[in-house]
Design a protein around this ligand. Structure first.
Ligand SMILES: [Zn+2]
Ligand SMILES: [Zn+2]
Length: 222
């Protein structure tokens, strides 16, 4: 018997980078927002339309398109910011400067999380528990969130449908990213669906078959 997961997900693409900000609404109406990169008004409107109350803010990593709106959303809702991993202070503390450099306005604000996350930690919204995995490579303190019963993961900029995260930024590392994907993501199972930081959803199995960078036959050198 298939059971519906006890939560709903709505994706709200935000910023000129079309970042997949996700709102997770538990059955009791409590909601977590993953990666509020900006356009906080739109995020709040989307939550309202779902009859959801924002209680948690979760960050996969500290790039401006993922974290720029976190402090503003926290001020408006009182929700604590959880994530990313402590190493991510490198990016979280230069969001304001990066926003100016990329010319997306003065919206970007440095983030001070209420809680750092690490491998083996869990985060919770309305009784729904997500496992946290530390997945560096794209950035030094990147984490992902996985909901076991729903077989659903929110992977930020680690993996995309058909592609992988960039590693040409300061403190990016290609080999580390590949290890994060093969050692942390793949073990979650081929039928696990994932919401990437940008673009359409996919499954880990589909990427193991067809991804130009991390398909099994590509990594095997075939
Ligand atoms: Zn990124
Ligand atoms: Zn991104």
């Amino acid at each position: 018997m298939t059971q519906e997961p006890p939560f709903q997900v709505q994706i709200v693409p935000v910023t000129p980078f079309q970042q997949n900000c996700s709102i997770i609404r538990a059955a009791n109406g409590d909601a977590a927002v993953i990666d509020p990169g900006g356009e906080v008004d739109r995020i709040e409107e989307a939550a309202k339309a779902m009859d959801a109350t924002i209680k948690k803010i979760w960050l996969t990593h500290g790039h401006l398109d993922h974290a720029s709106g976190a402090m503003e959303l926290k001020r408006r809702t009182g929700a604590p910011i959880e994530g990313a991993h402590e190493e991510e202070v490198f990016w979280l503390s230069q969001i304001a400067e990066q926003s100016k450099r990329f010319g997306i306005g003065n919206e970007g604000e440095n983030v001070v999380p209420d809680r750092w996350l690490d491998d083996g930690d869990t985060v919770e919204i309305g009784g729904v528990v997500f496992d946290v995995y530390f997945t560096p490579g794209h950035t030094p303190g990147h984490v992902i969130f996985h909901q076991k019963d729903a077989r659903l993961a929110f992977v930020g900029d680690v993996l995309f449908k058909g592609s992988i995260g960039r590693t040409d930024f300061p403190r990016g590392d290609h080999a580390t990213l590949i290890r994060s994907i093969t050692e942390k993501l793949w073990p979650l199972g081929n039928d696990t669906r994932f919401v990437p930081g940008h673009g359409p959803l996919s499954t880990f199995g589909e990427e193991r078959r067809s991804n130009a960078f991390v398909a099994d036959h590509v990594l095997a050198g075939g």
